[in-house]
Design a binder for this molecule. Structure first.
Ligand SMILES: [Zn+2]
Ligand SMILES: [Zn+2]
Length: 402
């Protein structure tokens, strides 16, 4: 997880709904502000999951001194820049009950979650990845539950939570696609196969055509790379090949590592997790928003816990519901959908995260960061040049701009 440091007066827009100023320490000093990227990603997911009108950050980063002054020990998640105490508001401006916020935050994969006040309107959230802590500070600082739904007696609304926006994923096997018809059919995004394996000649034969067609029709796109990696090291080769093929293009959705070969699962959980990590980290280092595509069942067996919320997650499970309660960005619900403009069956997907807004705001996938202002440099007409040889010999002169 990347924790970034910002100057006290920096007002970078971190994501569509969060500005770095909201995370300033309240000690009265003017020190730098620490904010973890993963905290912001999760807060955006929470914003969408609760259909918020706004989320107010009451306390974000805290220096050690301030943390201690308000009863902390000076080294927790707030001083690390990984925590936010928030109040969430619904569409009519009312505060959303913290019990519900805790439940949704659990589904999104926050590592530390706690109700803070007896009126149940404020919630502590943090992005720790080990020693998961689900608390209720009104009762005790110690862990109170392993499941907020159970603890607060709130029913899971699986069906409702699954209502995302509709999209498809395609490869050369779908043949030539009439993207204008696809757009007219209500498809809101498309994930394109860019290729498979480690060789450049394994590029998907319709990748260029699909990219051009979807973009021309105004359909935002992402990419998946079908892996045949034989080892974690080999996954790095696949990442490098993928990078060459997607170079120079812009993607509103993540670049997914597609892990589904039996021979790969046979290598076990540690090897599969290392393949995922190796591929995704190379993509991230190159400025891409990396993701993982797996079927739900092998995902729960072959993906280590800390990776489950580490990258954008796209799970496949065919049927009327996805039987996974953790945070998921996208669900592939079928491989036999029918969409006008595509001959034969097509894979259908639902997306629950506003990836286009997040990816553009973060300046990933070929986009330029939207929050950065253009700095205009003023060039004067004349400058003075000096050369000092340190032995008493000096030259001074004026140079004119030409
Ligand atoms: Zn401070
Ligand atoms: Zn807190």
């Amino acid at each position: 997880m990347a924790v970034k440091s910002y100057a006290y007066n920096d007002s970078t827009q971190l994501s569509p709904h969060f500005n770095v100023q909201e995370f300033r320490c309240k000690c009265g000093g003017t020190h730098d502000i620490l904010v973890a990227e993963e905290l912001i990603q999760k807060l955006e997911q929470l914003f969408a999951a609760l259909n918020c009108s706004k989320i107010i950050v009451n306390s974000g980063h805290r220096c050690s001194a301030y943390d201690i002054s308000i009863g902390g020990y000076g080294g927790g998640q707030h001083p690390l820049g990984k925590a936010a105490d928030v109040a969430c508001y619904d569409q009519s401006g009312g505060r959303i009950n913290s019990k519900l916020v805790c439940c949704k935050a659990q589904g999104i994969g926050f590592g530390g979650i706690a109700n803070i006040d007896s009126s149940y309107t404020a919630t502590h959230l943090d992005a720790r990845t080990s020693n998961i802590w689900y608390g209720n500070e009104v009762v005790s600082y110690n862990t109170v539950t392993d499941d907020f739904y159970k603890y607060y007696g709130i029913e899971r609304e699986v069906g409702k939570e699954m209502a995302g926006i509709f999209g498809i994923d395609v490869s050369e096997h779908n043949g030539s696609i009439d993207w204008n018809k696809v757009k007219a059919a209500g498809v809101k995004f498309a994930i394109l196969r860019a290729g498979y394996g480690r060789e450049l000649n394994q590029k998907d034969k319709f990748f260029e055509e699909n990219y051009k067609g979807a973009k021309a029709a105004g359909i935002p796109v992402g990419v998946y790379w079908y892996s045949y990696a034989e080892s974690p090291e080999d996954a790095k080769n696949e990442a490098r090949t993928c990078l060459q093929i997607i170079k120079g293009k812009q993607f509103e959705y993540p670049i997914y590592f597609d892990l589904e070969e039996r021979s790969q699962f046979n290598q076990g959980r540690a090897a599969c997790s290392a393949m995922i990590r190796n591929f995704c980290n190379i993509l991230e280092d190159a400025g891409y928003w990396a993701g993982l595509y797996m079927s739900r069942s092998p995902f729960t067996s072959y993906c280590e816990d800390d990776l489950r919320t580490r990258y954008a997650l796209w799970l496949a499970e065919y049927g009327s519901r996805l039987n996974y309660e953790g945070a998921v960005g996208m669900w592939q619900s079928s491989d036999n959908g029918s969409v006008s403009g595509i001959f034969g069956n097509v894979d259908t997907d639902y997306c629950y995260v506003d990836y286009p807004a997040m990816i553009k705001a973060a300046g990933k996938n070929g986009f330029v960061k939207t929050s950065e202002e253009t700095v205009s440099v003023a060039y004067p007409d004349k400058i003075t040049l000096t050369a000092d040889f340190g032995n008493g010999v000096k030259y001074i002169g004026t140079a004119n701009r030409v």
